[in-house]
Design a protein around this ligand. Sequence first.
Ligand code: NDP
Ligand code: 2IT
Length: 445
Amino acid sequence: MDLEKFMNDLEKKHPGEVEYLQAVREVLESLEDVLLENPQFDSAGIIKRIIEPDRVLTFKVPWMDDNGNVQVNLGYRVQFNNAIGPYKGGLRFHPSVNLSILKFLGFEQIFKNSLTTLPMGGGKGGSDFDPKGKSDTEIMRFCQAFMLELWHLIGPDTDVPAGDIGVGGREIGYLYGMYKKLAREHTGVLTGKGRNWGGSLIRPEATGFGTVYFAKEMLATKGETFKGKTVAISGFGNVAWGAAQKVTEFGGKVVTLSGPDGYVYDPEGISGEKIEYMLELRASNQDIVKPFSYEFPSAQFIQGKRPWEVKCDVALPCATQNELNKEDAETLVKNGCMCVAEGANMPSTPEAVEVLQEKKILFGPGKAVNAGGVATSGLEMSQNSMKLGWPPEEVDAKLHTIMKDIHEACVKNGTEENGYINYVKGANVAGFLKVANAMMDQGVL
Ligand code: NDP
Ligand code: 2IT
């Protein structure tokens, strides 16, 4: 396959969809050997089919703000691929949301969901709605208006949305309430639900916990553990919160968090009540991390900078895409960082990944590292189908096993001749093979 020609043609078809094109290129680069060894995939047009979503649904979301003004946002659901299960993936509410971002996330989700070992296809959705500065009632009205359009496109065996940036427990509650009213059904159509109404225990923590379970396996390949390690985390949302908890539990010291305004550096470590305060900060809809430094005097706020300039052993980017670039990667390497594991989706630029891999730093891509969130969503779907709820220890044990299995799949499919584990290749190959074989079995669709 001539990758450059293929990517040129794809760019002509989807001009300007930078993030989507970036995600497709990364996967195709990893699949070179697999495609040579399996010419049947080419004859069945698997690549041409897997890179285009089954369908893209867009709608307008009109709603009224607290001042009585009518606001109109755009809503989307990208149903990408359902070869191995119902479409499954989060909803993102952020002003930066556009089709390119949702297509990149939906595309990544196909392989991530395949890696979880659970039967889930790939999808993603969201809106350019900005939760910043909105009141609780505005958020409720927006969620209700959004669901008024989305509800007939989804279903517990069709398409199961969940949270992502800007969509947490509160939003899932409002969305689910409206779905239930319209469909007149109490089903597992959304995951991340409240514990008393069908949600799985530890789903809020799962992405962050899973990220650290995966990073623990990565460190173990070098005979290392989290004990005594200094850890830099970006973001201060759901994923960063779960990751900070688990790193602390494993004996590591989290020294940074970040927001769009800058980062906080706390040499005494971010643990206990400081981690709990992150929840307050997120729920305030203020979009800034600076108040953390007013609350805790040991924390210093560094405006407009990213946390990667801080000396650390392990870096866990948990905020958003393309937040760790080539220079950041070079700084991390220079400062002796041994492991970068992506809690967010595609936070490292391709140039940053190249630097880390060239220097043989442990590098885990988002679709493997952060798969614990959607895996626990899959467990929530199972519990809903069975009308049962498992205790937290049981869900956590299953999550831990899944993350170990994903790590093993990456090692099996990504270990190079020199012994270096190319987790990017390993995750892409393992995730792809299962979906491609299912597509082969099901005919040209
Ligand atoms: P949250 O909304 O809870 O938090 C997102 C965090 O990233 C916030 O701190 C947010 O700040 C920050 N952020 C957003 N944009 C920027 C930016 N441009 N620069 C710096 N910080 C920014 O979302 P999650 O924690 O759920 O998601 C974080 C990442 O993890 C995303 O990449 C998401 O796709 C991924 N992920 C989430 C999963 C989940 O289950 N929730 C599962 C797997 C992956 P602010 O909102 O103030 O801009
Ligand atoms: O990126 C992701 O994997 C998520 N936001 C979670 C998706 C889900 O369906 O739980």
